[in-house]
Design a protein around this ligand. Sequence first.
Ligand code: SF4
Ligand code: SF4
Length: 373
Amino acid sequence: MKRELKRLALDEGAAAVGTASADRLGSVPSMDPNYLLQGARSIVSVMLPLDEEHLRRYLSKEDRDSLEHHEVEVYRELYRIGQKVVSLLHSNGYRAVVAEPNLDYRYKDTPEYTKTPHRVKQGVMDWFASESGWLVTRIKEKLFKPLYYRDVATTDWNLTPSFSHRYGAVAAGIGNFGWSGNVLHPDHGARVLYNTVITDAPLKSDPFMKETTCDGCRYCARVCQSGMIHMKDTDKVKIGRKTFTHNKKAHNLRCVLVCGGLSGQSMHKGWSTWSPGRITVPETDDHIETFWNDFVLENGWKHNYYSKVLTNLVYHAEHGFIRRCEDRMRTTCGFCQFVCSRTRMERKENYEAILASGEVVEGPGFSFRVVKN
Ligand code: SF4
Ligand code: SF4
């Protein structure tokens, strides 16, 4: 069965596929496969690489849209391959589900979050961010605070995914952690995407991957405008009987502020991500949730770049990549992952391309342009 599943995934185009039994999973909540399938006994992890040329043009700020569309296509492809694996498992009498490949968080399933239908939440956020006259804007300002506090209480900033594809890939032996916490493949570095099928079929674990592509260069930390990736401090995660080490990541809101598109430049001047936002992310995490709340209360009801990003974040928190019905995705960062090619020479070139790429600045009507220094 296992051999047949792996053959199918590879025939369907997966660049790597591996399996892990449930006893290897579960040391942290996002590794628990029972969340998506009660009685799960194993997982199948699949991987596809991102296109090098799209990444080169993205990092040097020649072209953003191509990578964004490409990422969505790769996620859809991973989902399609996962569905094929699910069909084969079903036809052999097993239960199986394919996970959403990204942007699928557990807090969305809590009774508090689902109390207000998403279309209502989305409609209200879009209305707040829309253009309005003086009087309506004043009404929005008054209404925003109580509504925001009612809603934000349902968001868990741990952002626990329904299933962590990174942990799944390591458990299934098709990748290994880098310093960034991203999962690297020997042929592609961190420039890969993963997805996971969860099943009650009793599949045995593949061996852990022995090779690690990470040589500790820290380019991942150096290209992070949010300070999310620590240069020295470490964190450990246990998968099966093996303990893995990567950097001690800071609060998730750092990445939400930068990768989410609200700030394109905070820690490093002279270059930016693809975002024209310019919030300065706090130096420490001590009051970062208060900082976030104050920022949203200041901007959520205005018709500006930030409110537009905020309403798009609400949209994608709900729809992920597969079920979305319109295109609101804006890729602005991901630099810690995209800088991390297979060899150090390539990583250095990527880093230098980012430093020389210039800054993205806002133009009229929510447009933006690249300014080369
Ligand atoms: S950029 Fe360097 S330090 Fe960071 S994960 Fe990749 S190889 Fe490791
Ligand atoms: S995606 Fe961007 S902001 Fe988030 S950790 Fe990576 S480099 Fe930092």
